[in-house]
Design a protein around this ligand. Sequence first.
Ligand code: SAM
Ligand code: SF4
Length: 359
Amino acid sequence: MTKAMNRVFLPVLGTVQPLGEAAIPADPLVDAFARRIRYLRVSVTDRCNYRCTYCMPEDLGDRLVFEQRSAVLSFEEITRLVGVFAKLGVRKLRLTGGEPTVRKGIVDLVRQVAQVPGIEQVVMTSNGHLLGELAAPLAAAGISTINISVDTLDPAKFSGLTGRGDLARVLAGIDAALAAGIRVKLNAVALHGVNDGELVALCEYAWARGAIPRFIEHMPMSGGQLYAPTSELNAAQIRRRIEAEIGPLVASAGTGRDAGPARYWQVASDPRREVGIISAMTEHFCDDCNRLRLTATGALHACLGHDDAISLRDILRRGGTDDDLVGAIAAAVTGKRAGHTFERTGAGAPQKHMIGIGG
Ligand code: SAM
Ligand code: SF4
């Protein structure tokens, strides 16, 4: 393990201790604020074929450290953990990354986790680059929805933002997913001075295909080092910009809403046109949080905005029982904070990288 890995990844582990058997609550997935966990996000790799400026830019220097393959959970380990979570009441599973489609055998993993009793929905977040080839097999294996990230429809800007991205491939990936019968949501990180002039174009692109556009407020991960306050474009500004071009938006309980964090809005004059906003920074949704996150190396995080985590991999690899895993999961849920603070810089920003936790 390199020095950089120690600095970046290790301090977040071990700050949550498993509960002893006697201390495990009757319902281990209900937290101290009566929030019930139903949704598990699993990062299946910390690798990616893109280098997005706000997530994992090329110039992250010695902090661009990938986990050794032996540190990453195997499919069997992921499936066993999913089984334990499902028995406790998790119903929705999101596979993310890094880029989940670069994990070798991803279709087999989807098939495995989709067959876990209790799991009702397996969805994915992807940059779309490999979906031209993979959408149909992923659909056949059990993926029902894919959130595909596309921040701009301008090919040059897209290459600049993603480092190695190819917009034409991503757009073909969107079409392939739709053709395979997969429900598609299009995610764009909203960035002032980058894509604020394209919000409606992105919406129109999605609507024309029966997809749902969503905008994400930029979150200050990586200790805030990739965060520029000047590029902040918040939920209210996003709504105002869309309204300026296409008229009033009204809050929607519509088709886009599921177990996730997005709040949905619809065009008042045409409710079929719906847009989601993930307003992590300015309009918190922590009161309704129903999620846990598992990294590719098996670290269970109860909140995206805090770094404390517990290693389920260590329990698995030292021969732990399902009850041992339940004790650790219960500890993470018991310790789940009321909400995040997401300070924009320095020690108050999460030190973990978005590429490691998967959004
Ligand atoms: N590689 C896949 C992708 O790009 O969709 C999945 C992983 S990526 C980390 C998940 C989502 O997080 C993407 O929609 C991406 O745009 C978003 N994201 C990455 N860094 C972010 C940041 N700092 N703030 C807000 N969203 C971010
Ligand atoms: Fe890769 Fe997704 Fe991060 Fe972009 S946002 S670098 S595609 S993991």
